[in-house]
Ligand binder design. Sequence first.
Ligand SMILES: [Zn+2]
Length: 87
Amino acid sequence: MASEVLEIFCSGCGASVARYRKQGTGALLRLYLDRVVAPKELARHGPTLPPLDCPQCGKRLGLAQPGEGNRPAYRLIKGAFRRQKAR
Ligand SMILES: [Zn+2]
């Protein structure tokens, strides 16, 4: 399956939040940490995953997805972010 790198922006302030390698096409619903390209701090995580907030304005962008112990992921909040193909 094809993949592409997306840049994810906060819809509140426009800050770039992450670069993410997405598999396939379609809506971006989840952010699997093992596909996060940058920043490295986001891909690292402890036993509990904190909510994903915009580093610049603090807007909540995602919540830890429950029941994904082996493959931590964030469930993204619709409308809280914008995506764009990274160059
Ligand atoms: Zn923001």
